[in-house]
Design a protein around this ligand. Structure first.
Ligand SMILES: *Cc1c(COP(=O)(O)O)cnc(C)c1O
Length: 452
């Protein structure tokens, strides 16, 4: 009987707010939303619920409109202390990188026009020249992301042939990226050698057949094998490759141009080292430790990079003009020697402990609720430096009254949402990853989240 009480489409459309929406938005769309909302109500009745009145249905229609109109992804405040947080969009961009993307978006540009000759030009010429200067490579190419860079590289060089990979490096990076799957997709056959914990030069050497196209090395960017382990250095592998006429492809993952040991962390392999060691192609992401937009970068020997650039798949994975502009601007920071100051991920990584402590103290002073400033650790995250942390100071909020999960939920519900972390039944907020201009809104969110 509840079904008979269900409001009609017209009665919901007659609601003041829905009528206004139908006028300012596409009417057909709004009518469709009303039908969807009524179908949801019908489903709830089938499950034993009550029939909603027209006002409630109208409200849900307005909510759907609001949800659709809201800009997504929404900005959030990252108080987790994880610098490269994949769920939170990895690297924030530098001022110059934002400005460059903005400019490229606004009007026309010489994207593929050579202004001297008036002929068609390459969208990547300048970017490639900068990448060569930073890494010392003969040639460079930027594509959509590192996964597509790998797919392109393996397809262009190894389709129908064999690629030798250590068993310890046939890994899953996360988000659906598995080395064996990418290899299969490229049409290459994976030949895994060695064991999970130990692989030697001779393992690669013995696996070579007349059909071997490449040796592939993959940086274990999200786990660590400890104890009785052995792996082969790029330079040693290059030596075998040279003897057998086989190029070494190296996926270094995060693309750190700076030395992470300077900040007390383990050494993250850099593209320039790998080039120096003689790798044929080196692959890395633009939005991890490089600190730029989503992109995949390949640097290496000119004849190999040319094969990739000329392959039909290159067109399918090409980089768009906004990313190209902001990637170029990000790379210029390295040439100018100002990466630590201008690139947000490096500014965060290099923030001294004393400064973090001072900032956490100032947060504490701005709150009325019980909170303490404690020594803690921040992580780099995002498929770089697994298990490595940086000493930090955090604001630790006592949530006895409300409960940690509820405080976390309320923080996510704020505008902008604040993402914190839980440790030992306390909510922790790490100043390392909170941008200076976010202090005000973050404290507002915190006050409302702990209020009774
Ligand atoms: C992150 C990562 C990838 C994938 O890079 P995307 O830019 O996310 O496509 C591939 N390999 C390694 C080693 C990585 O760390």
């Amino acid at each position: 009987m509840q079904f008979r009480n269900l409001p009609s489409v017209d009665s919901v459309l007659a609601n003041h707010d829905v009528a206004a929406a139908a006028k300012s938005f596409d009417r057909e769309w709004v009518v469709g939303l009303v039908r969807e909302a009524l179908e949801t109500a019908r489903e709830q009745i089938r499950q034993g619920g009550d029939s909603p009145d027209p006002g409630r249905v109208a409200e849900s229609v307005c909510q759907r409109i609001e949800d659709t109109m809201r800009a997504e992804p929404r900005p959030v405040i990252n108080a987790t202390g994880v610098v490269i947080h994949t769920n939170l969009g990895r690297a924030p961009l530098s001022r110059a990188a934002i400005e460059a993307a903005n400019q490229a978006a606004q009007g026309y540009s010489n994207l593929e026009l050579d202004l001297t000759t008036g002929r068609r030009g390459s969208r990547q010429a300048q970017l490639q020249s900068i990448l060569r200067q930073i890494t010392g490579a003969e040639a460079a190419l930027a594509v959509n992301n590192n996964a597509s860079a790998m797919l392109l590289g393996l397809t262009a060089l190894a389709a129908g042939k064999e690629v030798v990979v250590s068993r310890s490096e046939a890994v899953e990076i996360g988000g659906g990226f598995r080395v064996p799957d990418v290899l299969r997709q490229s049409g290459a056959t994976l030949v895994d050698v060695g064991t999970t914990n130990r692989t030697y030069v001779r393992d690669y050497d013995e696996a070579v057949t007349g059909n071997t196209a490449a040796f592939l090395k993959v940086h274990a960017s999200n786990f660590r094998v400890e104890g009785f382990t052995a792996s082969v250095d790029t330079s040693d592998l290059v030596e075998v490759g040279r003897r057998r006429g086989i190029p070494v492809l190296h996926d270094v993952g995060s693309g750190s141009f700076l030395l992470t040991e300077k900040y007390g962390m383990a050494h993250e392999p850099t593209p320039q080292e790998s080039i120096k060691d003689g790798a044929g192609l080196v692959f890395f992401s633009g939005d991890k430790l490089l600190g730029g937009p989503q992109a995949g970068i390949v640097v290496g020997k000119k004849d190999l990079v040319d094969l990739l650039a000329r392959h039909p798949l290159a067109r399918a994975v090409r980089i768009d003009k906004l990313s190209l502009a902001s990637l170029t601007a990000t790379l210029v920071h390295y040439l100018r020697g100002e990466a630590e100051r201008e690139i947000p991920v490096w500014r965060m990584i290099s923030t001294p402990e004393a400064k973090l402590k001072k900032r956490a103290k100032s947060w504490q002073a701005g709150l009325e609720c019980p909170a303490s400033v404690e020594k803690s650790r921040s992580a780099v995250g995002g498929g770089s430096l697994p298990g490595e942390t940086l000493p930090s100071w955090v604001l630790s909020v006592d949530c006895q009254e409300t409960g940690v999960e509820e405080v976390m939920r309320r923080l996510r519900d704020c505008n902008p949402p604040v993402i914190a972390r839980i440790e030992d039944d306390r909510v922790l907020l790490d100043p390392r990853t909170v941008l200076p201009e976010e202090d005000g809104p973050m404290l507002d969110a915190l006050r409302s989240a702990v209020a009774q």
